[in-house]
Write a new protein. Structure first.
Lengths: 211, 211
DNA sequence: ATTATCTATAGATCTATAGATAATGC
DNA sequence: ATTATCTATAGATCTATAGATAATGC
């Protein structure tokens, strides 16, 4: 059984590791820096997690689950009318990313630099995505058949949403200084505009062209 | 003056370094691996470029210029009508990224992990972007005034284009296995669809809603 | 004479572990 | 008795350079 104070240190290491890994990636992260940031000696890190790799995978797994979950929220409430559902889904997805702005870059990088880490999850993700997308496709087709919207491929629409919502955060260090400004208030305002823009762009994407 | 064979080796080092840095980032790259891939002894790398940092900046600068240039192409031929201009600009931009698929991720990562490297270029980029955007805004406003399109903010539209075009490539190792397939033919077909989707989405973004 | 290349190694990190000591729970 | 923590250090890389040797251009 774990001692009372151990939980603090183990947790402190995990939190410090999350910051370090997300900021610098696996290769750039230093176990000594993590230990220092967590306020423990370096040996403790190996006591709890054996290796750097081990600790890293613990963080990566958690973050991958988080990101996967965020995609699900994009589909919103199934009981709402199509446009309303999209509106809410995009908004929820955007808000989630805004609260975890470093997440997409972190995952994409680590999957890229070590694809084998991702292979395990791939099938599971593909399965879930397939199910949800075919449901969305049905709804899109029905709406088009009623003449309320133009026909569109659900997969393309999904990628449009994710692209519009996520790219800003991945490119933030380049984009923000140019388009917004340094202050946090300006950042807030800019993000609000981007969120509205995502929604507007997607709704126009399915809007009937020649009524 | 440089000896005849030196150019080959120096160039070989640069090319190997580009691959290594883009694949693994600054922290993950190994000068020994670069030398080996270039077919030279490790000492040669330091003979030509003194330090790893030096070699890296050489690559990063070149790639940044390249990416900056690619943004310019997005604005296409100024003499064409608005829709046509956007169509061609988006297509050119997409094609450029498709030929340098690792570029956006590389730049974004290195800027993120060392923002001070980017500060120098920031002002210059902001200036160029500002000039081009105000020109595009004029054209968008004129078109809206003529009642041909809906009004839209040029900066938002630009970010929409860049998001839609680039995100696919940044997320490629995650997206492609799910949405397309492993083969190069499937990749080609998928990319063609995405390019068409970018264009369609942007044109619909400015399309007049209530004619 | 200068430039290019190689061998060998110094010096700096960084991860990981061994082994001793302190704290905790039964 | 078991779990947590610390000190000290081994062992593995990795970058960088010193110093010797070979190739090139004048």
């Amino acid at each position: 059984m774990k001692g009372k104070h151990s939980a603090n240190k183990e947790q402190a290491i995990l939190e410090a590791a999350e910051r370090e890994f997300i900021a610098k990636g696996f290769a750039g992260a230093r176990t000594t820096s993590i230990a220092q940031a967590a306020g423990v000696t370096h040996a403790m890190l190996h006591y709890y997690f054996r290796t750097k790799e081990h600790l890293f995978e613990r963080i990566l797994d958690e973050k991958m689950r988080l990101l996967g979950h965020s995609i699900l929220t994009t589909f919103g409430d199934v009981n709402l009318p199509l446009q309303q559902r999209l509106r809410e889904g995009i908004s929820n997805h955007f808000d989630f990313i805004a609260q975890n702005p470093g997440l997409p870059r972190f995952i994409v990088n680590e999957v890229f630099s070590a694809p084998e880490r991702y292979e395990v999850m791939q099938h599971r993700i593909a399965e879930i995505a397939g199910a949800i997308l075919s449901d969305l496709q049905h709804e899109l087709d029905a709406s088009a058949a009623r003449g309320e919207t133009d026909a569109v491929d659900a997969r393309m629409l999904m990628l449009d949403i994710v692209s519009l919502n996520i790219f800003i955060f991945i490119g933030e260090p380049i984009i923000l200084p140019i388009f917004a400004g340094a202050g946090p208030a300006e950042r807030e305002a800019f993000l609000a505009r981007r969120k509205a823009e995502s929604i507007e762009t997607i709704l126009r994407r399915i809007q009937k062209s020649n009524p």
